[in-house]
Design a protein around this ligand. Structure first.
Ligand code: CU
Length: 214
């Protein structure tokens, strides 16, 4: 609890000061601590599974980090791990969006990533988009960690195209049905998906190959 309180206190202190011209060293240190903690929460267990092909640092509209995501390749999809802190409680839509730009109201991130086209939502007969994910349920306290397997998502050249891709967290729940984005409301946080270098990406499998049932 002490860690959580300290982090939230640091985060809210940063929120007050985020509008200022620059972050002080102390604020930068606090931000680095938040990032390190979230990055640890989304790191896969060492030596298990495929390479981690991407990471995202998810920032709110004040430029404060409120989340992190990692993308680990699997034989038939991608395991997406996400950790959040300092987010208002409740169910929130979360998707992979088609453009790796997080500015202003995050509209620049474009629509949902879906190289194969189709429609939005798990309940749609032409759905879901490859970038569709189940809602994240943020509890009181604003912190949670989740892992979702997505069979349609691949961190390949269609995702890492010239303009990249981003994770976008919405203010409300995705209804998994309405077009084009499940009525999930404002975009409250956004993170560009950064590709990991092939060398870094291969490290997790170098030590212990994944065990697969044949
Ligand atoms: Cu979205």
């Amino acid at each position: 609890m002490t860690t959580l309180r300290t982090t939230l206190a640091a985060a809210s202190a940063l929120a007050v000061l985020a509008a200022g011209p620059a972050f002080s060293q102390e604020q930068q240190d606090a931000a680095a601590t938040v990032h390190e903690r979230l990055a640890t929460l989304v790191a896969p267990p060492e030596g298990v599974g495929g390479p981690v092909l991407g990471m995202a640092r998810i920032l709110n509209r004040d430029g404060l980090q409120v989340g992190a995501a990692s993308f680990q390749a699997a034989p038939n999809g991608t395991l997406v791990r996400m950790a959040f802190t300092g987010v208002a409680p409740g169910p929130k839509g979360i998707h992979v969006h088609e453009t790796g730009t997080c500015e202003g109201d995050f509209k620049a991130a474009g629509g949902h990533f879906s190289a194969a086209g189709g429609d939005h939502g798990f309940w749609h007969e032409n759905g879901p988009h490859a970038g569709d994910l189940p809602n994240v349920y943020i509890p009181e306290g604003g912190e949670t960690t989740v892992a979702y397997f997505n069979e349609r998502l691949r961190l390949d050249e269609t995702l890492f195209d010239a303009d990249g891709a981003a994770m976008v967290l919405h203010a409300k729940a995705d209804d998994y049905r309405s077009q084009p984005a499940g009525e999930s409301g404002d975009r409250i946080a956004c993170g560009v998906i950064e590709p990991l270098s092939p060398q870094a990406a291969e490290q997790p499998t170098d030590q212990t190959p994944p065990v697969r049932a044949e």
